[in-house]
Design a protein around this ligand. Structure first.
Ligand SMILES: O=P(O)(O)OC[C@H]1O[C@H](OP(=O)(O)OP(=O)(O)O)[C@H](O)[C@@H]1O
Ligand SMILES: NC(=O)CC[C@H](N)C(=O)O
Ligand SMILES: [Mg+2]
Length: 502
């Protein structure tokens, strides 16, 4: 998952974009970038690392201009090289820069078309560079020296026809304005809002509403699936539905893990959705294990806390903070490479012995993906003296790859793949394992917005909403993107620096 942001303001946007990236940091920790536009000139700074490490004061001062876009990256295509950090830039037509959250599923075909038919050069393995070039080609095809918002929307319509997969996107057109659009399934979130200032009204686009809150913007609404909005450099806002057919299926994993609890996505409060996940899971325990002997409920920080607290309330069992999280270690699941993820769990979480000694503990996590966290945490609970260690997951077993912007491409790396719940329980060393049922998860989220008929639940159900995913595709991305293949590729990648301020 990546985070995207864009602002059209009446003053310099560099600091606001930086602040937005720090608020969206939980969506991507590998790379960060900001591109601003002053007049018709772009200024770019991007590199691998956390937001706070990528931008020095002198670099920030060079990012001049009243409009700009920004990105934090969690790679799901290509490699972790800084050459694939975003925003991406192409000079023709007009000068375009893009920041993308999601993952395209027909990149091979598009890459071929771009080379053979559109005569465009692609310099990296990133799907986002491809997306930018498809848009650039379609805008160029209009053969206009001066374009209007309707021309921009016409190019977006063509993008919808050619691109498959998940894409929430911001694109800056030099000197003209900022465009944002969402794929026809609305898989990834993106919202926009406004801030009234003495100089006039500023407009902002962001992956999550929390970024608007923190920068004092009022949320206007989510961008609809298939819709595009365009903000002219003078602040004038335009919008248009650019897809012929839309079928709203937001990614349910945003609610489970990715998004911050204080965000509202597609009118559903992430926090409330997680509380309801706790309710449902507690109800399942009461139904299927009425004579349980749980002494205490302990969350595995950070994300599971909301559901765990609600579970404890429902079960009428004490809630205790048995693990303390080192606040200086980032999220482990989105780190690259299993070795780093494994080491980080221990560095990140430490047990408070007295909460475990002689007790039957129910540990709660939001999800179990590779099992990296649960395996270690269960051992830590035992080492701290727990009598019995039970584990509950607020999401069902993650058995299938995600192809829409979450980096779980290799089925064999998922602990639940080809395993029954009993076998998973044995593999992670728990005394009992309770998973949320998929219907309950969907109901917990959907209650916030009944207009949403379906969610993308592919990693639990193997049903891919874009309808273009078959076994051969999954096999190919597994070979390309399993942990070993990724490590090899990132060391081999040649970094070509362009337009990057030092
Ligand atoms: O089974 P795994 O492969 O370990 O993945 C699942 C775990 O990873 C995530 O935590 P993470 O540390 O990334 O972030 P958090 O602090 O927001 O919970 C998630 O909340 C689970 O705890
Ligand atoms: N997680 C994401 O949204 C990733 C965006 C893009 N596919 C990349 O790999 O950079
Ligand atoms: Mg966690």
């Amino acid at each position: 998952m990546c985070g995207i942001a864009a602002i059209v303001s009446h003053q310099n946007v560099n600091q606001d974009l930086y602040d937005a990236l720090t608020v969206l940091q939980h969506r991507g920790q590998d790379a960060a970038g900001i591109m601003t536009c002053e007049g018709s000139r772009f200024c770019l700074r991007k590199d691998n690392g956390l937001t706070r490490d990528v931008f020095s004061t002198s670099q920030m001062m060079k990012l001049r201009g009243n409009m700009g876009i920004a990105h934090v990256r969690y790679p799901t295509a290509g490699c972790t090289s800084s050459a694939e950090a975003q925003p991406f830039y192409v000079n023709s037509p007009f000068g375009l820069a893009l920041a993308h959250n999601g993952n395209l599923t027909n990149t091979e075909q598009l890459k071929k078309e771009l080379y053979v038919e559109d005569q465009r050069h692609i310099n990296t393995d990133s799907d986002s560079e491809i997306l930018l070039n498809v848009f650039a080609h379609e805008l160029q095809e209009l053969r206009k020296l001066r374009i209007t918002p309707d021309d921009v929307f016409a190019a977006v319509s063509q993008v919808h026809k050619r691109c498959r997969g998940a894409y929430a996107v911001v694109i800056m057109i030099a000197g003209f304005g900022i465009l944002a659009f969402r794929d026809p399934n609305g898989i990834r979130p993106v919202v926009f809002g406004e801030r009234k200032t003495e100089g006039g009204t500023d407009l902002m686009i962001a992956s999550e509403s929390v970024a608007l809150d923190v920068l004092d913007f009022e949320m206007i609404r989510d961008i609809e699936p298939g819709e595009a909005i365009f903000i002219e450099a003078n602040g004038k806002l335009h919008s248009k539905q650019c897809a012929v057919q839309v079928d709203h299926c937001p990614c349910i994993f945003e609610y489970v893990y990715f998004a911050r609890p204080d965000s509202i996505i597609d009118d559903i409060s992430v926090y409330k959705a997680r509380l309801r996940m706790g309710d449902k899971l507690a109800a399942k325990i009461m139904r299927e294990w009425p004579d349980h002997d749980i002494d205490v409920v302990i969350p595995i920080p950070d994300t599971s806390r909301t559901s765990a607290l609600q579970m404890a309330n429902k079960l009428g069992v004490k809630f205790r903070e048995g693990f303390i999280k080192n606040r200086y270690i980032g999220r482990t699941f989105i780190m690259p490479g299993q070795q780093m993820r494994k080491k980080s769990v221990r560095q990140k979480l430490n047990a408070i012995g007295l909460e475990f000694e002689g007790k039957n503990v129910l540990l709660v996590d939001d999800s179990i993906v590779r099992g990296t966290t649960s395996e270690q945490i269960i051992q830590m609970a035992r080492d701290a003296g727990a009598k019995k260690v039970y584990l509950a997951s607020a999401a069902p077993p993650v058995r299938y790859p995600n192809v829409y912007g979450i980096d779980m491409p290799a089925a064999h790396e998922l602990i639940a793949h080809n395993r029954s719940e009993e076998e998973i329980c044995a593999a992670i060393g728990a005394d009992k394992l309770i998973y949320q049922d998929l219907d309950d998860l969907v109901a917990a989220v959907r209650r916030g917005n009944k207009d949403i008929k379906h969610f993308d639940t592919s990693c639990f159900s193997q049903q891919y909403v874009t309808g273009d995913i078959d076994d051969a595709y999954l096999q190919r991305i597994e070979e390309l993107r399993n942990d070993d293949a990724q490590t090899k590729r990132s060391t081999e990648n040649l970094i070509v620096e362009m337009q990057n301020s030092a």
